[in-house]
Write a new protein. Structure first.
Length: 110
């Protein structure tokens, strides 16, 4: 239930950003932080008046494996293109790219 509220608040924040627009001094490639917690941080970059790139960035963590050695996990990024229909109150994610912590593409979809 808590995840539904988080997703709803993220969606409403993105729609609010579309309605109010971003600062005119920023270029399209600039991302602004719109949500942060211990699991991930979400950034947004406006593509047009009805679409934006959303970046989900997961932090790296140092954890012990079964052998007792410390290893680094996490650090991946997801980049999604969100297209919003404010009047129809819906959105679509037509493109998604997932990167590992070194920047290599893990997966992509249309």
């Amino acid at each position: 239930m808590k995840k539904n509220y988080i997703l709803l608040s993220i969606t409403l924040t993105i729609i609010l950003l579309f309605l109010t627009g971003f600062s005119t001094t920023k270029s399209k490639a600039d991302f602004i932080e719109i949500y942060r917690d211990s699991e991930y941080t979400i950034y947004s970059s406006r593509e047009s008046s009805s679409s934006a790139w959303i970046k989900w960035q997961y932090p790296t963590k140092k954890v012990k494996n079964k052998a007792g050695k410390y290893i680094i996990t996490g650090g991946k990024k997801k980049l999604q293109l969100w297209k919003c229909d404010c009047y129809g109150r819906n959105f679509d994610v037509p493109n998604m790219i997932e990167y590992d912590r070194s920047g290599k593409v893990i997966s992509s979809s249309n």
